[in-house]
Design a protein around this ligand. Structure first.
Ligand code: UDX
Length: 437
């Protein structure tokens, strides 16, 4: 199939490369000339495991190219809209400017029979609005809503081997045609037995935000339990293991700690609440406000714990923060709990040095007032307290004896419950964690 992918960020760049890997002929389009130049030279503009190799492999086949010129999307049979829907400044709602611009930009290049595929996470009702616009400008083309569920750090694997494929299609022959076209695009994963749900626009759009709301709720649930553990002396990691053995609950996404961040979960639950409000259904989602509050409280609690281990004050104390990315195996610092904690501590008078294996450059751009170091040892040199904020494997693997040599005070706050308290305490450290005695 000839495919265009509009927007080459975390979603689109991976999607374009994976579509080429599946055998299609793909053009990726982005307005950012720098990003396009990098991709066109076969380099990934962000850290994503497996993407550089995939780019190299697929570019060599001649089936993948990148451009800033949307006109080059003309001639493709399928056009994926993969641009971002960030949170609006000062509001909970999603900023739809990029989606609207992408759609308006591609409309003049569509031909009868083409399929326009929405992948961006959008407020329910967006697909219906785009379909109306499409009917005005190019009635021979059809819209499908096909949300993506990829996780950063596993984006290539999640795109090539998705958990499920969801299509929101219009009723009638146009919908059937669009479904057949998309089935051809995804022929390989479908042949592998990937479950498929074919539904209407509204359901397809809701599936994505419902899934992310559920995941956010699961994380905030265990973090609420962590608060209870803190007041009762219980251990939330054992509690999670024990309830996780119940197959109905499941252990995944029950890791208590600093909570969720990133470019999706926080803004998606807020945009969902905002949309429900517009639709007069805000009561249905009022629990998400609590999910958000629990999540944000964990960041405050982490700062308080650091203060506690520093005998009541962090003013003038040197703090090493291990991790800047919102999660390991990513260089994404959007709404990163690690940086939020680092910034709060700096604002409260501590001298903070942040390190991360991949995200220092992005973190420095977002928080230029913070100090950064290339390694954990450098960040922790002379530190009074070490905060583990993002659970990169290399921080999990730190040797408490050797690491104890570089700090001034052996105090560690484990924000992700990944260090072995016994081992660290035996090496002379004061160990504290969220939700653990
Ligand atoms: C998420 C969804 O998982 C994905 O399906 C969707 O397409 C986009 O949003 P992503 O943002 O890449 O993906 O991150 P995810 O792996 O879901 O983690 C989100 C946040 O939750 C991270 O900050 C992570 O540290 C945190 N988290 C995750 C926890 O605090 N505890 C857990 O048990 C799991």
């Amino acid at each position: 199939m000839r495919i265009s992918v509009i927007g080459c960020g975390y979603l689109g760049a991976v999607h374009a490369a994976c579509m080429a890997q599946l055998g299609h002929d793909v053009v990726g389009v982005d307005v950012d000339a720098e990003k396009v130049a990098l991709l066109a030279s076969g380099r990934a503009p962000f850290f994503e495991p497996g993407l550089p190799e995939l780019l190299e492999e697929t570019m060599a086949t001649g089936r993948l190219r990148f451009t800033t010129d949307l006109a080059e999307a003309a001639g493709a049979q399928v056009h994926f809209v993969c641009v971002g829907t960030p949170q609006k400044r000062g509001e909970n709602a999603a900023d739809m400017r990029f989606v609207d611009a992408a759609v308006e930009g591609i409309l003049p290049h569509l031909a009868p029979g083409d399929v326009l595929v929405g992948k961006s996470t959008v407020p329910v009702g967006t697909a219906e609005r785009i379909a109306e616009r499409l009917a005005e400008v190019q009635p021979g083309a059809t819209l499908v809503w096909n949300p993506e569920f990829l996780r950063e750090g596993f984006a290539v694997q999640d795109t090539l081997h998705p958990d499920r494929l969801v299509y929101g299609i219009p009723a009638g022959p146009d919908g059937a045609h669009a479904q057949a076209v998309l089935d051809e695009v995804y022929a390989t994963p479908l042949a592998d037995g990937t479950p498929q749900v074919v539904t209407d626009f509204a359901t397809a759009q809701l599936v994505k935000v419902a899934a992310n709301s559920f995941l956010a709720t699961k994380i905030s649930f265990i973090n609420a339990m962590a608060e209870l553990c803190e007041t009762t002396g219980a251990d939330v990691t054992q509690l999670a293991d024990a309830i996780g053995h119940d197959a109905r609950i499941g252990r995944r996404f029950l890791n208590a700690g600093l909570g969720f961040g990133g470019g999706c979960l926080p803004k998606d639950i807020r945009a969902f609440m905002a949309r429900a409000g517009e639709l007069g259904a805000d009561q249905a989602l009022s629990f998400l406000r609590e999910v958000d509050s629990i999540n944000m409280r964990r960041r405050v609690r982490m700062v308080d714990l650091a203060r506690e281990v520093c005998d009541g004050s962090i003013v003038g104390r040197k703090v090493a923060v291990l991790g800047a990315a919102f999660k390991p195996n990513s260089d994404d610092v959007r709404d990163s709990p690690a940086l939020s904690v680092a910034a709060q501590m700096a604002l409260q008078g501590a001298t903070v040095v942040v390190t991360d294996p991949e995200a220092v450059a992005n973190a420095e751009r977002a928080w230029p007032q913070l100090s950064f170091a290339a390694t954990a040892e450098e960040a922790a040199a002379g530190a009074d307290v070490v905060l583990l904020a993002t659970e990169w494997q290399e921080y999990r693997d730190l040797d408490p004896h050797a690491f104890g040599e570089v700090v001034r005070g052996k105090r560690v706050v484990d924000g992700r419950n990944v260090l072995d308290p016994g081992k660290w305490r035996a090496a002379g450290w004061v160990y504290r964690a969220l939700g653990r005695p």
